[in-house]
Structures are given as structure tokens and as C-alpha cells.
Design a protein around this ligand. Structure first.
Ligand code: NG1
Ligand code: ZN
Length: 555
């Protein structure tokens, strides 16, 4: 770094001093805190993004959001060149950068890192960053802090992409780096055209819908996803869809609404009630990277029927498997029909879903919590489907499999009459365009679920009956230091503090079909407890019993 660069960093960082006593950490998906203490963190993430852009010689994204967290929080996520999360290799640097106590120490840290990573400062390709934010009022000032961080690297350019869902920004970063059109309009265009293609490919005999189950009502968590879904709905003009709880309506972001609330509490969000009994409903989270479905029972106060991420994954798996077996029927393309299909879940996946998928003869893998782990694993397959139970997930297609599909589908569109195998190839290709290849995306997820249900001729109830969830309970325990819980084997086993896992085992053994694990949250200052058992009462008692153990060992 030359002297001009050093003095620019010193000068700008003196405007974003770290508040006394503040320690932030790069959690499961970036930094997340009360918005009032975040400006120095976001400024520094701006610097990091610019360095990452120089290192990779690609466009990088910075998204200001705290997802499903409360309104007064905010946070920042970084999109790497392929649209995925920041490489884990850079996370320790992100932590150190965010906590550097003074401008001088910040400069020293950057200098050392630049040398170690051999980040080119030759000005050949200046850093380029796309900035986006959700609808939180603190977003505007934080986006400005990010911009100032980016522009404290000489020559770096920051483009404000405006208010977006997190997956839209990730999609744009990926598209820009692939050299394809990357505006919001292009995003909507890709989603609508691939959705229409899938609708056109629904077998004629299944095109008769019963009308009763056709309507979809979506809860937008009072956030950005609701507003964007309304745009998408208007563009499509074929779905019977109503969007409630959008950022354009009254109501507080994530307050008694949204996918996180619906999935964890198993209750209907605000604005939904017995009037919606039997209707197919869905809920997005605050930045629209999570999606769950549900239906409201006729009796008020009863729990909703939740159709969570595991069941969305199962629906996708059934559909993809059907297309692959259609491809397989044709002798000359057998090898590609045997494309490797892999499923990726976390320990939070309901045990009944894992059994169901294994019974379909699918390869199921477990990774630790956090999209970065699931995504990485799913990318090992020709088609990798990953989902967290909370509704974050997507389907990844390998480049080589997409190329092969393109060859098949070109043959079809150039006039040959479509065989079942060729239609299956076209469907898979359309899915690869509809479903976000960068991160889980509730908007593309809704469209894919809707078209698959129509393809199958299934109601939400039929879909929900794929398997019956084992009763489960999730709890949070406040402890003095959550980092003293260390886990292994995709977070299913506690290795520290000693003795805790043995105590959990002894407790779990008392329950029929009991399963329980604990892990420190990466986004909140808590230890999470997850328990499953054959009845709800048993799952509740097991979770409470283990929460007490956590308290005893760490309280
Ligand atoms: P933590 O707080 O690490 O459990 C939560 C979710 C993750 C993921 C991240 C990022 C659960 C149990 N955990 O992480 O799945 O979505 O937030 O938003 O839902
Ligand atoms: Zn989210």
C-alpha cells in the first residue's frame, strides 16, 4: 500500500471509531447487533469487501440486514464472487478488522493482511462493490458507512443497488461476475420466464386444478420480501396470490410475523386466523432468504400445520428425482440421467424427513448449521438440494450438468417433438434458472413450490402428508459464555464442557424416539437446545431437562 492509501485509511477510519467496550463477532452469517453500535463494523466490512474484490478481481456484495432479528437490530452480510457467503478463510480477518481498537491498529492489520494475501494494489482492476439493504430505518446510514469503507480503498467503486432482498443482492453479484445482465429487472425477468416455462411443461392431464386449493396467501414479515413478491405477482399475472404483512403495510418488521416466528412458535403470523382455515399459506423472513408454508386449522388457538424447510426440500427432491428417472428411461442418455443427486441437511432437520429421504434411496448428508456449510456440501453434486429446517435452502446445479441439459433442450426447441426425457431436461433447466444458485431465496422458492404442487396436482395437505414430523421443541438458554460449548460431528455431540454430552445422553435415553443436541448460536448470545421425541409432551420435557443441564454446566 502506498502513502496515499495509508493516509486515506487513517483519515476515514477516524470518523468511524469503535465504541468503548464493544466486541462484535462474525457469526453464522456475518455481523449482527443492535443497529446503534454497528456503524464502525459496517464501515470496516466495506474495507474488507473492497480488499476481497481486489484479491478476487471480481465484484463483491455487501448487504445491510439483520434478517429475522428484531427491528432495532441490524447487520451485514458479504457476498463472494460466486454469490455465496464470504469465504470462511477470510472470517478471522473480518473479526479482527471489526474489533481493531484504533485507526493505527486498523491500518497495521490491513497492511499485514494485504501483504500476507498478496492483494494487488496495482490499479489494474479497481475494486467494485454492490451495496444493498433491507427496509430497516437504520439501513440508510449503515449503507453510507459501508460506502465510506469501500471508498477508503483508492479507486474502489461502490454502487448502491437500493432496497433489496438478501438473495436478490447475492444473485446480482453472481450475475455480474458471470458477465450476464444483473439488474433487479433482469432478476424478475429470469424468475418469471423460467416459472412460465415450468407451467407450460405441466402434463396436460394434470392441468385441471380443483380451484379450492388454488389460492396462496403469503406473510411478508412486514419486510422487503412482501413488497418484492407483489411486484413478481403483478408481472406473472397467473397466480392466485395475496401478500399480507409487506413493508408497505402497517406493522413492525418480524414482530409476531415472518418465517422464523411461524417455524419456531408454530403459530399463525399476525393478520392470519381462522378465516384462512384450509388455505395454503406461506411466510418469508425479514430479508426473504427463508420460506415456510403452513395452513391454519379451523379451530382458533390450535397450532398451525407447519410445512417447514425439510418438507420443501422433500417436495423438491421428489420432483427432481421424477425428472431424473424420466431422463434415465432413454437408453442413450442413461449416464446423465444418473446424475449424482445429493441432499444436505443439518441436525435441526426433523428425523422423520431424514428417514423419508433415505427411504427414497437418496444420499443424505449432515453439516453444521449455517448456509455456508450446506452450500459447500451441496456444490459437490450434479444436483445438490440443501435446506435448513427453518426454510433457508436452494438447489444447486453443476456447470457441467447444466451444459448437458442445454444441449438436450436446444434439440427440443429446434423442432423435435418432445419426448418425456426431453421435457424432463427442459424442466430441470428451468428449475436451475428459477431457483437462486447463489443462496436460499424465498421468492424463487415460492414460485418453485407453487409450480411443483400444480405439476403434482397436490394440495398443501397432500404435500404435508409426505411424512409426519416427529414432535420437536427448540429452546434458548442464556449462559455466561456460549463459546464454552464446543461441538463435533455436525454439532450433534458436545465435546466441551466435559460431562455435558454424557448427561444429555442419559436424559435422552429416557424417551421413546428421543434425540437431542445443544450448540452455541452464531447469531444470538444463547445456547440452543433441540429435542425430538414420539410425543410433543415428551419433546418438551426432554428439551426442558437438557436446558437445565446446560444451565447447570454453564450457568
Ligand atoms: P444460529 O443463531 O447460529 O442458530 C440461525 C439459524 C441458522 C441460520 C442463521 C443465519 C436456527 C436454529 N439457526 O443461526 O439456521 O439461518 O441463523 O440467519 O434456526
Ligand atoms: Zn434471513
Amino acid at each position: 500500500m502506498n502513502e496515499e492509501q495509508k493516509s486515506l485509511l487513517l483519515e476515514s477510519s477516524s470518523r468511524f471509531l469503535l465504541s468503548q467496550g464493544v466486541k462484535v463477532s462474525y457469526g453464522t452469517a456475518g455481523f449482527r447487533e443492535d443497529a446503534s453500535i454497528l456503524s464502525s463494523t459496517v464501515y470496516r466490512v466495506g474495507i474488507l469487501a473492497a480488499l476481497r474484490s481486489l484479491k478476487t478481481q471480481s465484484v463483491i456484495g455487501v448487504m445491510i440486514t439483520a434478517s429475522h432479528n428484531k427491528f432495532s437490530d441490524n447487520g451485514v452480510k458479504i457476498a463472494d464472487p460466486n454469490g455465496g457467503m464470504l469465504s470462511q478463510h477470510w472470517e478471522p480477518f473480518a473479526d479482527k478488522l471489526a474489533n481493531a481498537p484504533s485507526p493505527q491498529q486498523l491500518l497495521q492489520l490491513i497492511n499485514e493482511f494485504v501483504e500476507k494475501e498478496r492483494i494487488p494494489f496495482d490499479g489494474v482492476r479497481p475494486a467494485e462493490i454492490l451495496l444493498g439493504r433491507d427496509t430497516r430505518p437504520s439501513g440508510e446510514a449503515l449503507l453510507e458507512a459501508a460506502r465510506q469503507g469501500v471508498t477508503s480503498i483508492v479507486g474502489a467503486v461502490a454502487s448502491d443497488m437500493g432496497i433489496l432482498t438478501t438473495p436478490q443482492l447475492h444473485w446480482m453479484v453472481r450475475a455480474r461476475n458471470k458477465g450476464i445482465k444483473a439488474s433487479e429487472q433482469d432478476y424478475f425477468e429470469q424468475l418469471t420466464s423460467s416459472f412460465r416455462c415450468l407451467m407450460d411443461l405441466i402434463p396436460t392431464e394434470r392441468k385441471v386444478f380443483d380451484g379450492v386449493n388454488d389460492k396462496l396467501v403469503v406473510d411478508g414479515a412486514n419486510g422487503v420480501g412482501g413488497a418484492k413478491l407483489r411486484i413478481l405477482h403483478n408481472l406473472l399475472n397467473v397466480l392466485d396470490m395475496e401478500v399480507r404483512n409487506s413493508s408497505e403495510d402497517e406493522g413492525v418488521l418480524n414482530d409476531g410475523v415472518g418465517a422464523d416466528y411461524v417455524q419456531k412458535e408454530k403459530v399463525a403470523p399476525r393478520g392470519f386466523g381462522s378465516k384462512d382455515a384450509g388455505t395454503r399459506c406461506a411466510s418469508l423472513d425479514g430479508d426473504a432468504d427463508r420460506l415456510v408454508y403452513f395452513s391454519v386449522p379451523p379451530e382458533s388457538n390450535a397450532q398451525i400445520d407447519l410445512v417447514d424447510g425439510d418438507k420443501i426440500l422433500s417436495l423438491f427432491a421428489v420432483f427432481i428425482r421424477e425428472q431424473l428417472s424420466l431422463l434415465n428411461e432413454k437408453e442413450d442418455i442413461k449416464n446423465c440421467g444418473k446424475a449424482r443427486l445429493g441432499i444436505v441437511q443439518t441436525a435441526y432437520a426433523n428425523g422423520a424427513s431424514t428417514n423419508y429421504l433415505k427411504n427414497l434411496d437418496l444420499e443424505v448428508n449432515l453439516t453444521p448449521t449455517g448456509v455456508k456449510y450446506l452450500h459447500e456440501k451441496a456444490a459437490e453434486f450434479d444436483i445438490g438440494i440443501y435446506f435448513e429446517a427453518n426454510g433457508h435452502g436452494t438447489i444447486l446445479f453443476s456447470e457441467s450438468f447444466i451444459e448437458w441439459l442445454e444441449v438436450r433442450s436446444n434439440m427440443l426447441s429446434s423442432g423435435s417433438k418432445g419426448s418425456e426425457a426431453e421435457k424432463a431436461a427442459l424442466r430441470l433447466l428451468a428449475v436451475s434458472k428459477l431457483i437462486n444458485q447463489a443462496v436460499g431465496d424465498a421468492l424463487s422458492g415460492v414460485l418453485l413450490v407453487e409450480v411443483i404442487l400444480k405439476h403434482m396436482g397436490w394440495s398443501i395437505h397432500r404435500w404435508n402428508e409426505l411424512y409426519i414430523d416427529l414432535p420437536s421443541r427448540q429452546l434458548k438458554v442464556k449462559v455466561a459464555d456460549r463459546t464454552s460449548v464446543v461441538t463435533a460431528n455436525a454439532e450433534t455431540v458436545v465435546v466441551s464442557p466435559p460431562g455435558l454430552q454424557e448427561a444429555i445422553n442419559a436424559e435422552t435415553a429416557k424417551y421413546n424416539q428421543g434425540r437431542c443436541f445443544v450448540r452455541p448460536s452464531g447469531t444470538e448470545d444463547v445456547v440452543r437446545v433441540y429435542a425430538e421425541a414420539s410425543t410433543q409432551e415428551a419433546a418438551d420435557t426432554l428439551a426442558n431437562g437438557v436446558a437445565k443441564l446446560v444451565d447447570q454446566f454453564l450457568g
